[in-house]
Design a protein around this ligand. Structure first.
Ligand SMILES: Nc1ncnc2c1ncn2[C@@H]1O[C@H](COP(=O)(O)OP(=O)(O)O)[C@@H](O)[C@H]1O
Ligand SMILES: [Mg+2]
Length: 365
């Protein structure tokens, strides 16, 4: 069932929390609301669930307005960061709880519980109590409890944030598989861009109560619509440089860096910011107009890669990611080469992308 948010606004008192949110989550897709803490993700999810009223706008499930429907009438299931299992009940009873309160026949409850327990690989734990489970197993029971009811829409608010780093990685893959088994539209909330990138069909990047960009992981990574998205997505983070656009090149100090095609109407001399990911830069032997020269100020081994920090001016350092076998010494003079096709360009004032491609992307929506 698709979920449509139309002109959603939310204020608490006279403080505006969400402004003009318009999103369409296609049926059965895994959609993530991604943004820093306090940007309004939980509030938006709670409005979809019916736990919070909208101040303005319409929420539709499968084309039907649900603004006035109580949470229990929306056929949704929710998993929160702080999931509470009933400690005195076995896993089996915890899983069946939602169906029991709806007076589902016992045989049907048993079937549903066993089906979900098999999917989550907790069928051998059904007779244990929550205290006898590991953190990851408890989290799966919490997920299972939500899945048992075959919801149309599955809402998750940072469900992995209480788990340790290794388990979080495993659970990412599992959640993705549960989603495919469940056949529901999933709306997932996280502040972790890597989680969003690895799990989602679509990501809505949020900041200060507004949707900054809505697209596939590939869209938000390769064609960030503005400076915020560019800086928030990707690790290590994108490098940014201030300068001016001149005859299709980017003037910064002694260099005139190559630029990709820009949207029409970009004024000559416009103050701009370019962004380049550390992975898209390279170290070359010779200076040139497409390179900035500086001294190596830090070398960090990341595993199969190395992150080299190059001081290109008094106040500016650039990170370059190279293969771990690359030999560079601290203090060594190096040239960092920029290439047109992996350079992102933003208007310094509006912070919006100036790439010709970005304009095409917008027109397509
Ligand atoms: N019930 C409430 N009353 C007043 N302000 C609230 C309430 N709930 C959330 N807020 C505020 O709304 C903003 C967004 O909160 P939230 O949706 O929880 O953000 P996120 O989940 O992205 O961290 C925050 O500034 C928060 O303090
Ligand atoms: Mg939150």
């Amino acid at each position: 069932m698709d979920v449509k948010l139309q002109g959603i606004n939310k204020s608490f008192g006279n403080v505006s929390i969400l402004e003009d949110v318009n999103l369409l989550f296609p049926s059965r897709k895994f959609v993530t609301l991604l943004g820093p803490s306090g940007c309004g993700k939980t509030t938006l999810l709670r409005m979809i669930a019916g736990l919070e009223e909208v101040s303005a706008g319409t929420i539709l499930f499968g084309g039907r307005e649900v603004n006035k429907l109580a949470p229990r009438d929306r056929n949704i299931a929710m998993v929160f960061q702080s999931y509470a299992l009933y400690p005195q009940m076995t896993v089996r009873r915890n899983l069946g709880y939602g169906l029991r309160v709806r007076k589902t026949p016992p045989a049907e409850i048993d079937d549903a519980v066993e089906r979900v327990a098999r999917i989550l690989e907790i069928d051998h734990l059904l007779d244990r109590k929550p205290a006898q489970l590991s953190g990851g197993q408890r989290q799966r029971v919490a997920l299972g409890r939500a899945m048992v009811r075959k919801p149309d829409i599955f809402l998750m608010d940072e469900p992995l944030s209480n788990l340790d780093a290794k388990l979080r990685v495993t659970m990412r893959g599992e959640l993705r598989r549960f989603h495919l088994d469940l056949n529901a539209t999933t709306v997932y909330v996280t502040h972790d861009q890597l989680e969003a990138m690895t799990m989602s069909d679509l990501i809505a990047v949020m900041h200060k109560g507004r949707v900054q960009q809505f697209g596939t992981p590939e869209d938000v990574y390769s064609r960030p619509a503005n400076l915020f998205v560019a800086g928030f997505i990707g690790s290590p983070p994108m490098n940014f440089l201030d300068g001016a656009i001149d005859l299709g090149r980017f003037k910064v100090r002694e260099a005139a860096l190559p630029l990709p095609p820009l949207a029409s109407g970009v004024a000559p001399g416009l103050d701009a910011v370019i962004g380049v990911r550390p992975q898209d830069l390279s170290l070359v032997d010779t200076a040139g107009s497409d390179a900035l020269t500086g001294k190596v100020s830090l070398v960090e081994l990341l595993g199969s890669e190395k992150l080299i920090e190059v001081q290109v001016s008094d106040r500016k350092r650039i990170s370059v990611q190279v293969h771990a076998a690359t030999q560079v010494a601290l203090g060594e003079k190096v040239h960092v080469r920029f290439s047109a096709q992996s350079t992102h360009v933003f208007d310094k004032r509006t912070e919006q992308s100036l790439l010709a491609e970005a304009a095409i992307g917008e027109a397509r929506q």
